[in-house]
Ligand binder design. Structure first.
Ligand code: COA
Ligand code: AMP
Length: 647
């Protein structure tokens, strides 16, 4: 089924994509003209630098200048930069580009006065409020490297990020607001700081009226008091000169162990790629309103709540709420009407939540959605039912596009700005400029059309993608570059159809996607294994109609444990919430007598998942004892989680 807004023949995509592959330096040199440089790059790409080369070498610039100051200089000062809409607090606020400039200059001054210098790290642990954006941009302004930590993580996750990033300062707020509770951030921050080896010199806390935090003499500072002091003292920070290859931020993401990976984002390449994507991929022009209903704790939030819309001179919507329940399933349509949103970017799970509450889409009729031209989806597989539901009711193209924290922007999508291609429901579109994508078979050779395989991107990665992991070049090589020489391993599996459209079918590692949130089952297994009564365990992601996947943990208890299994299961559920956080949505723990294994002792997680997902499965030839899988099927079925049987 197709919903092109223009006939395919008029798309400029084929010519533009080919150019980006045949003449990458020429292509990106031209794209870089949309950015203000203090000094033009000496070289567009230097393959001798870094792990696989570096983009825009010798270029000097500043992200905050490009995202804020230049728009004020160009006369956009009175244009809204941010529409903050918070149904969870009943607050709305418009921040113009001029006001944004004032705030980032002041906060930059505050950070400088706290001793933050170019290259120092600043951890930002904040909810979806304008001050979080001021914080990110203020860091960019003075050349500090920010690391934003999502509010749904537990203290231990915050601590591990603080230990890896070693920030000089932590910027936080007293609380975040979830529909069912107020999440006091400060006690979590205090707890995290009791666990870290590295202590920041200062914590700056924005007091929110919903839960004020107590501040520790000496270390903690009141955000507004410092802001006032900077304002009265004229402590403004101007933009530092930053190299294109300097890091703008480190964003931690789940790896295949409990230790998160610090994805490094450089400054110049990221600016150029994001700026290109706003018009080329999203079809959005300066002055228009862009809404990414994500969270600043995730890469989508970094790129498309903050940097890309502001680089483009758009107005970004900062939404502190949920797709449903704040107050109802019509809230997305209300926001579109109120701010005249041109493009909405969200996760399929948000649409599934809306569809569940309002299957007929009746609430859409209450709002004028005529400003909306395109709906973009990413973060997890978009199931065709949901895409078609949205397409039919919204009457706009619904574009699924694929990307990762590591890439910072889309690897594949439908280039709306170049002229839409056919939308094939189930596909994530075609490669974006600079990405050469191959589907590799088991031998690491390119597979033909429609053949499933491991998806790999030819090196070098285009601008915007990670140059390395934070202070871990070797881990970067091992995790991504070693298995398929000459390629970046995406750890996603899928296929490409004869028209070059990609289909992403799942991960090849232990990562699962829960409500659009990326989580490591390996990390959860580490937590389960740490429980005193657990001998061994396995965590798998099982299908969930709303969240796409949810984690399901199996534990074998130690011999001699006499306590009731359900008591231990509840403790395990609480432990995951305490160590990883509520975002893990870990609610299913099942005590079993044994785990199904191969004769060499490998746990058959893949087959367990098929059983749980009620998919047909074959008895693995190498299984140690076939009845062990029947036991898993029986226990899942007893809990109402599966009805599958062996094929
Ligand atoms: N701070 C603190 N806690 C948070 C949080 C945050 N920023 N975000 C989520 N949580 C908590 C939730 O309150 C919930 O806690 P609970 O167990 O006490 O209920 C838990 O983490 C699980 O959250 P979630 O998986 O999001 O489930 P939910 O039922 O609260 O909401 C959806 C379901 C579908 C509405 C929601 O997941 C959603 O909007 N998803 C879209 C995600 C997205 O945009 N991802 C970005 C990719 S582009
Ligand atoms: P994250 O790093 O949190 O953005 O998660 C990246 C992972 O999410 C990818 O490796 C995919 O497994 C999955 N993902 C992201 N976008 C899509 C999509 N459009 N379709 C299918 N899976 C996706």
């Amino acid at each position: 089924m197709t919903t092109p807004d223009r006939p395919v023949a008029t798309s400029r995509y084929p010519a533009i994509y080919d150019r980006s592959i045949q003449d990458p330096e020429g292509f990106w040199r031209e794209a870089a003209r949309a950015i203000d440089w203090i000094a033009e790059p000496r070289e567009i790409f230097d393959s001798s630098l870094g792990v696989y080369g570096r983009w825009f070498v010798g270029g000097l610039t500043n992200m905050c200048h490009n995202a804020v100051d230049r728009h004020v200089d160009a006369g956009r000062g009175q244009q809204p930069a941010i529409y903050y809409d918070s149904p969870v607090t009943g607050t709305k606020r418009t921040v113009t580009y001029s006001e944004l400039l004032t705030e980032v200059r002041l906060l930059g001054g505050v950070l400088r006065d706290l001793g933050v210098e170019k290259g120092d790290r600043v951890v930002i642990y904040m909810p979806m409020i304008p001050e979080a954006l001021f914080a990110m941009l203020a860091c960019a302004r003075i050349g500090a490297v920010h690391s934003v930590v999502f509010g749904g993580f537990a203290a231990a996750e915050l601590a591990s990020r603080i230990d890896d990033a070693r920030p000089k300062v932590v910027l936080s707020a007293s609380c975040g607001i979830e529909p069912n509770r107020t999440v006091a951030y400060k006690p979590l921050l205090d707890l995290a700081l009791t666990m870290t080896k590295n202590t920041p010199t200062a914590c700056v806390v924005l007091q929110r009226p919903q839960a004020e935090a107590s501040l520790k003499e000496g270390r903690d500072h009141d955000w507004n008091a410092l802001r006032e002091k900077a304002a009265t003292g004229g402590r403004w920070a101007e933009c530092a000169t930053v190299s294109a290859t300097d890091p703008l931020y480190v964003l931690y993401t789940s790896g295949t162990t409990g230790k998160p990976k610090g994805v490094v984002r450089d400054t110049g390449g990221y600016m150029v790629a994001l700026r290109w994507s706003m018009e080329g991929l999203y079809g959005v022009k300066p002055g228009e309103v862009f809404w990414s209903a994500s969270d600043i704790g995730w890469v989508v939030g970094h790129s498309y709540i903050v940097y890309a819309p502001l680089l483009t001179g758009c107005t970004t919507v900062l939404y502190e709420g949920k797709p449903v329940g704040t107050p109802d399933a019509g809230v997305f349509w209300r926001v579109i009407e109120e701010y005249k949103v041109s493009a909405l970017f969200t996760a399929p799970t948000a649409l599934r939540a809306i569809k569940k509450e309002d299957p007929e889409g009746k609430l859409m009729a209450d709002y004028d959605r005529s400003s909306l031209r395109t709906l973009f989806l990413a973060g997890e597989r978009a199931d065709p039912d949901t895409v078609e539901w949205a397409q039919d009711r919204l009457s706009v193209p619904v574009v699924d596009h694929w990307w990762q924290t590591e890439t910072g922007w889309a690897i594949a999508g439908n280039p709306i700005g170049l002229g839409a291609l056919d939308i094939k429901v189930g596909s994530t579109g075609v490669p974006m400029p600079g990405y050469t994508i191959d589907i590799l078979d088991e031998g690491g050779h390119p597979a033909g059309p429609n053949k499933m395989g491991a998806i790999a991107i030819k090196l070098p990665l285009p601008p915007g993608c990670l140059p390395t992991l934070w202070r871990q070049d070797e881990r970067f090589r091992e995790s991504y570059l070693t298995e398929y020489p000459g390629y970046y391993k995406t750890a996603d599996a899928g296929f490409c159809d004869p028209d070059g459209q990609l289909y992403i079918m799942g991960r090849t590692d232990d990562i699962i996607n829960v409500a659009g949130h990326r989580l490591s089952t390996g990390g959860m297994e580490e937590v389960l294994a740490s429980h005193q009564d657990v001998a061994e365990c396995a965590v798998i992601g099982i299908h969930d109609a709303l969240k796409g996947e949810v984690p399901c943990g199996f534990v074998v208890l130690k011999a001699g444990v006499t306590r009731a299994p359900n008591e231990i299961e509840n403790e395990i559920i609480a432990l995951v919430r305490e160590r990883i956080g509520p975002v893990a949505a870990f609610r299913i723990a099942i005590a079993v007598h044994r785990l199904p294994k191969t004769r060499s002792g490998k746990i058959l997680r893949g087959t367990m998942k098929k059983i749980a997902d009620s998919e047909p499965w074959n008895m693995p030839a190498t299984i140690d004892d076939p009845s062990s899988l029947d036991e898993i099927a029986a226990v899942l079925s007893a809990r109402g989680l599966s009805k599958a049987s062996a094929a």
